[in-house]
Design a protein around this ligand. Structure first.
Ligand SMILES: Nc1ncnc2c1ncn2[C@@H]1O[C@H](COP(=O)(O)OP(=O)(O)OP(=O)(O)O)[C@@H](O)[C@H]1O
Ligand SMILES: CC(C)(CO)[C@@H](O)C(=O)NCCC(=O)O
Ligand SMILES: [K+]
Length: 251
């Protein structure tokens, strides 16, 4: 899965599933990976994996991407299959819907049942809901936690670029760092709770799944602020891969 910040990898290696993340890769590295795979060798220096790994010569690579320039770099690999929206049986898809959102909500519905709401806390924070007929209800997109911190740090003179706090901060802060942390954390959690509550108004029995690179801090803050809501949320890092797995199997 090619995201806006990095690449998310999942490999069935023998009987086991391994997952890992890398940065976006430059063209030269991708060329090297493709040459290695074509020769039946695992490119261990670029994509380190546990154990010694050779690669089958026809190693299939399934790519879903929300970054077209990155997708392009993989298209020279003969065994690549690009997963596109038209391959996802979700009803009511609109043409510019992100493939990551479509795959995540499809994977969630397939495994945890319908209706379902997915919260993906990545570069962008997205809500994506589908109903009992596997029909997209819709969703919302806002800047993710990292991007909110970064944009304040970069677009102001006096605000530093800081990290997310490990625990929920004090709400009314008396220093700049904690004031930024409070502002972002409390408004995002309030927003997340509001979207969940609005979703449950329409789909009271629905599962809610939380995924993405910032799933753990979001879940920690939610547990502190609204433990009764957090208790009803399923945290699942591999939602998009479950979606890809299901799509790939039906082809
Ligand atoms: N090692 C890491 N590198 C980059 N971001 C990380 C890392 N660990 C956690 N994160 C957090 O993950 C967030 C990005 O999420 P994720 O990796 O899911 O984004 P992405 O690659 O854009 O994928 P998506 O397109 O699904 O949002 C950042 O806001 C950051 O706080
Ligand atoms: C919202 C992001 C950036 C989240 O990764 C991605 O799903 C995307 O580029 N979506 C396209 C716009 C949409 O989903 O309506
Ligand atoms: K853009």
């Amino acid at each position: 899965m090619i995201g806006n910040s990095r690449l998310h990898w999942a490999g069935f290696i023998g009987e086991t599933l391994q997952t890992w993340d890398t940065n976006h890769l430059p063209a030269a590295a991708i060329k090297e990976i493709i040459e290695s795979w074509s020769a039946g060798i695992w490119p261990q220096e670029i994509l380190p994996l546990k154990g010694t790994v050779s690669a089958p010569r026809d190693l299939r690579l399934y790519v879903a991407s929300v970054v077209p320039t990155q997708t392009e770099l993989w298209q020279t690999y003969p065994a690549v299959r690009i997963i596109t929206l038209d391959q996802i049986p979700l009803l009511g898809i609109y043409p510019t819907l992100g493939i990551d959102r479509a795959l995540a909500v499809w994977g969630a519905g397939k495994i945890w049942g319908w209706p379902v709401l997915v919260i993906d806390a990545g570069t962008a924070l997205t809500f994506t809901g589908a109903d009992g007929n596997h029909q997209l209800v819709g969703g919302a997109i806002l800047p993710g936690l990292g991007l909110q911190l970064k944009s304040l740090g970069q677009k102001t003179a006096a605000l530093p670029e800081i990290e997310l706090p490990a625990e929920i901060p004090q709400r009314f802060a008396l220093n700049t760092k904690e004031a930024i942390q409070s502002g972002i954390v409390y408004t995002v959690i309030a927003g997340v709770r509001d979207f969940i509550s609005a979703w449950w108004d329409s789909y009271p029995e629905s599962r809610i799944l939380l995924t993405g690179g910032d799933r753990t801090p979001i879940f920690t803050y939610l547990q502190a602020q609204a433990p009764e809501v957090a208790a009803l949320i399923t945290v699942e890092p591999n939602l998009i891969f479950w979606g890809m797995h299901s799509i790939v199997n039906i082809q």
